[in-house]
Design a protein around this ligand. Sequence first.
Ligand code: PLP
Length: 727
Amino acid sequence: MPANRKSHFHYKARQLFCEEVPVGQVAEEVGTPLYLYSYNSLIDGYREVCHAFSKLSPLICYSVKANANLTLCRILATEGAGADILSGGELYKALQAGFPPQKIVFAGPGKNKEEIEYALRENIFIFNVESPGELRLIEKLSRQLNQSAKISLRINPDVDPKTHRYITTGKRENKFGLDFDEAEKLYSQVKKSPLLEPVGIHFHLGSQITSLQPYLRALEKILDFLELLKEKGLNLKYVDMGGGFGISYEEGKLPLNIMDLAEKIYPLIKKTGAKLILEPGRFLVGPAGVLITQVLYKKNRGKKRFIIVDAGMNDLIRPSLYGAYHQIKKLKEPHGAGSPEVVDVVGPVCESGDFFARERPLPQITEGEYLAIMDTGAYCFSMSFTYNARPRPAEVLVKKDQWWIIRERETYKDLIKEESIPEELFSSFRGSPSSSKSCSARPLGEKKALSGPIPFTKLQGSGNDFIVIDNRSQFIKNGPEFSRTICPRKIGIGADGVLLLEKSRVADFKMRIFNPDGSEPAMCGNGARCIARFAHLKKIVGEKCSFETLSGKIFSQVKKNRVRIRMKDPSISQLNLEINLGDGSYTGHFLDTGVPHFVLFVPEVEKIDLPKMGSRIRYHGKFQPEGTNVDFAEIKDDTVRMRTYERGVEAETLSCGTGAVATALAANLVYALNSPVKIKTGGGDLKVYFQKSGTHNFTQVSLEGKAEVVYEGKWEGEVSQCSKDVM
Ligand code: PLP
């Protein structure tokens, strides 16, 4: 516990309470092992840091790795905290918890391509870059996505924080950060890049630091370096000191005195004119949690006394990993000092390293009673795992006299939910049915014909028809080839495109769409409505879900056969854009609603020679190299009648969802049509909803219309063209 912070775990009438809730009562109801967190302890921790550093008004980015529970994160986000993340998964959780992207900083020595792309798309606050290769990759990806990135370089100042060697991160021999010489070179590269903005400098010395000296020593080096950069014309706006503030795990041992630290660094930071960023994790959440466990057995061997409890090293690894000390308290307060017994408190896991205390004098403990392992809010649940097939514990939050289960205890079913059994390996085996999935073989490098039929569902959304396939097991590997084979109406199934439903790390699923020519557009509004209906019909998701597309995340809601999807905010590239087609000039409006659209309003849409006009505009030099979709629209009685020439299909389709959205927004801008705009297409009616912000910006854009199943079938895969490359 930090020295002055009031503990919210205390004895009342000889029972351990968390705030106003008797801990034993929760243990009885929820079962053990169980993590229990105090809301007010968490809030106190955050406010203590705010108070100590108030003169510098820092941005406090909670280090999500300490405990990524969504409710705990939401509490801190609501208090105004930002987040420090290390992975795509932590970014996902931070966003789900409600941390604004503009307060998220991303450190870590091994960010991969997918994680960087994800962070760029979400437009996070700062990348804390740790190597030249990482910087090159961020620059390359920001160019590809045309998305700028704010950069701080993480410095390894070679300062020993005198903590456990596994949690020391700022010494030269550690893998983290860059040394000063290298950082100097990289800053000048960042400065030259049109898409990268050098905004700050970052260091993080390690965790559980209880002395001021390492911070002051590192800061001295960092500030000298800042001066040098300033002389070279680079003025950085942020100094990020990382986290590491130590807490008191043992009675009598003091935590880091953050008031003193704040006092000492104030003049140093003030002098730089930079804004301070802090990344505390343990200090906020460590003292807010306890692990409750029940004593299963006691046994003696010679002089040795073992207390065997139902929590194991898989639930709390700190003692096994770092030899960390945690106080252990009985839920029933012992009478007086009693005569303590020297015991080992151990778990049920099949490892001799599975212990919580060794040779520790503890009051008399009986079988069946509950124990609280204290200060286990940080790096405990977040480091838990399922060794010995032990489901992870439940997590409970207490606030005053109320409590909530904020994470259910994992079940045996959870243990196998990601696994699948290749049934063909066991064709003669008649085991009892398992609830794990079956899967099909994936030949290594072998290009063989698809064996066996592929189940598909054909759906149509206002006349756009799609072959939709659940491809979570990735049996279709070559989407373009598959689409070219299956979409032709005479030799295939016939469709405007193929929709593959695949696994996603950031949403309920991922939609991939392939045109009949094999090209992969970033988005398709009618396709998105069809796949949402399919996922709901197949019970992959409920009525509401989110899914990933190449143009960002889409949210959908299904009501019977009507589907409404919320689209990414569109961008208006150019209104009243004039293009010359040789036989005269035409004026239209160029918008990006996930894919590009050129919208032209005409008096009579039926009179347009769409195959000819569409293809000439689609390939017009103004829209190269990507090309554009082309929409002709006519407005009558507040309803828009429209026709679309689709890029990739290279013909008129009965309707196009992103085209409907583009046309509705253009109709608002040019003819003041209000939301919802009614659209009539050759394949049915659509409605486009939106909110306007300012004169040209739109938010909350959604598209609604029918998405209907035409039929289900199995594709036999006999067509030779496909047999080359599909699997
Ligand atoms: N910032 C970074 C970059 C980290 O790696 C860590 C964890 O080691 C932290 C902040 C949080 O550290 P602590 O929980 O000790 O405050």
